[in-house]
Ligand binder design. Structure first.
Ligand SMILES: [Zn+2]
Length: 471
């Protein structure tokens, strides 16, 4: 394997190597021979070549040179020469089960997409549809190197069961509209309390109002109170596009971000999906909330819906608001490929800011790692490969012709590598995919059963909708 880049010692324990592991029981997993993406104490991205990662009890115990683990006892070893270890990608906003609707509503403006196809079809959803969709989504994400996702949907008990079974990590929220009455909000709370900390801690939960245009101020204010009372974050769509911001101003005299402010939602730990309609006057409010607010960007859908703006990443960086990478649901995005979101974010930001020096590959990797981890409330436990962090990591093969030669490893990862280059995906130290083989999900079985259910799922002859879109 050719040289990856300059070696950089990442952490104190990288160099001291003085762990008790050598004299104790075997490590659970040793990954050896790879380059490891590291963050220094100023969070700059670096790469340590010819390294090893030692995992014990679901946690990274040590990141060291490959030579240091040569004789180390381990229950499982992975020879990762020619590969790069990255923190697992995080999909900061999706609706995983919507993979069942992939390609069903194409080439439509937002309003028709919702009112004519998606919301009529979603009135047919059953728990089993949601479960099969989530299984397919998790399989796709694991294959693309995603180890954690923030999901916002209906019948989320089914998604929680899938997460528990397939081994991924997730921030889950049961979505609700005010049209459901108080019951929607209560269900969202009950779900969050029931599943918080489930699957050995891999599941965290959020309250999940749909958006300020479908959830009224009373419900948003109640959500903020419940978030404080129970110590829960809030995950919702807001200022998705500029039309929504303008409609909100025309109808209520305030922007969607001002709605979140006046209802107290900005005083909670809030994850805002999209924010392409965030305007200049919103920035002081977001800055005041910057320790608690994050935004998820899913740029493919903005292009597809022909929205004129994208998430204002540069302005958000200026006020200290992390921006995580996302795909949204596959009904609009067509894939759950966070790798693509990373490349698109870099490209669209360069274009939007008219600045080729902005959103460099290293910045893109920072969004993909620490900023995404912060966005889903896991900034202290995932998002970097370092001692004490949960062992959520992926191994990426860079031996393919489309990734050679490697002059700048960060650029290779962001602009040349693809999701299909991920060979191995590990969550909490458990291998979910090894050498491209999925170990926890039976994809053919899922596709077969989902296929049988599709005619009933996509039927719109009843004329019902779960909700009306009018921004
Ligand atoms: Zn969404």
């Amino acid at each position: 394997m050719s040289r990856f880049g300059s070696r950089r010692t990442a952490t104190a324990s990288y160099v001291d190597g003085m762990t008790p592991a050598a004299t104790e029981s075997p490590a659970d997993l040793v990954v050896t021979g790879c380059a490891v993406l590291t963050h220094d104490d100023r969070e700059r991205i670096g790469f340590a070549e010819d390294s090893a990662i030692v995992v014990r009890g679901g946690v990274v115990e040590e990141v060291t040179g490959a030579g240091a683990v040569a004789g180390r006892a381990a229950r499982e070893r992975i020879d990762a020469r020619g590969q790069v270890a990255l923190p697992g990608l995080i999909n900061c906003h999706t609706h995983a089960p919507m993979v069942a609707l992939r390609g069903l509503a194409e080439d439509l403006p937002t309003e028709e997409w919702f009112n004519d196809v998606i919301w009529p079809v979603e009135s047919n959803l059953t728990g089993r549809d949601v479960e099969l969709g989530a299984l397919l989504a998790c399989a796709e994400m694991i294959r693309g190197g995603v180890t954690c996702f923030a999901d916002h949907y209906f019948a989320m008990d089914a998604v929680a069961a899938v997460v528990a079974g397939c081994g991924m990590r997730a921030l889950l929220g049961e979505a609700f509209f005010s049209s459901q009455g108080a019951e929607g909000r209560e269900r969202s709370l009950a779900f969050a309390l029931r599943h918080r900390g489930a699957a050995d801690g891999r599941i965290t939960t959020a309250l999940a109002p749909h958006a300020p245009y479908t959830v009224d101020d009373t419900d948003l204010a109640a959500t903020a109170r419940l978030a404080h009372e129970h110590g829960l974050p809030v995950h919702l769509h807001a200022a998705e596009n500029r039309d929504q911001t303008e409609a909100c101003l025309a109808r209520h005299g305030v922007t969607p971000i001002e709605v979140l402010h006046r209802t107290g939602v900005l005083d909670t730990d809030v994850l805002i999906a999209h924010g392409t309609g965030i305007v200049e006057s919103d920035l002081p409010l977001l800055e005041r909330a910057s320790g608690r607010t994050a935004v998820a960007t899913a740029p493919r859908g903005y292009l597809k819906f022909a929205w004129p703006h994208t998430t204002p990443v540069r302005a958000l960086r200026g006020i200290g608001v992390p921006v995580g990478l996302a795909t949204d649901g596959a009904a609009s995005n067509n894939s759950l490929d966070v790798w693509e979101s990373m490349a698109l974010t870099s490209l669209i930001q360069k274009s939007a800011e008219n600045d080729p020096r902005w959103l460099t590959s290293r910045q893109a990797l920072h969004h993909a790692t620490l900023q995404s981890a912060r966005a889903v409330g896991l900034g202290g436990s995932v998002g970097s490969i370092a001692p004490g962090r949960r062992a959520d990591l992926v191994l990426v093969d860079l031996t393919g012709p489309h990734t050679q030669p490697v002059h700048d490893l960060a650029a290779t990862l962001v602009h040349s590598a693809r999701a299909a280059d991920v060979r191995t995906t590990i969550v909490d130290g458990r291998i979910l995919m090894r050498d491209r083989e999925l170990l926890t999900i039976d994809v053919p079985g899922v596709v077969r059963e989902l296929g049988e259910r599709l005619p009933a799922l996509v039927d719109r002859s009843h004329g019902r909708r779960i909700q009306e879109y009018g921004t």
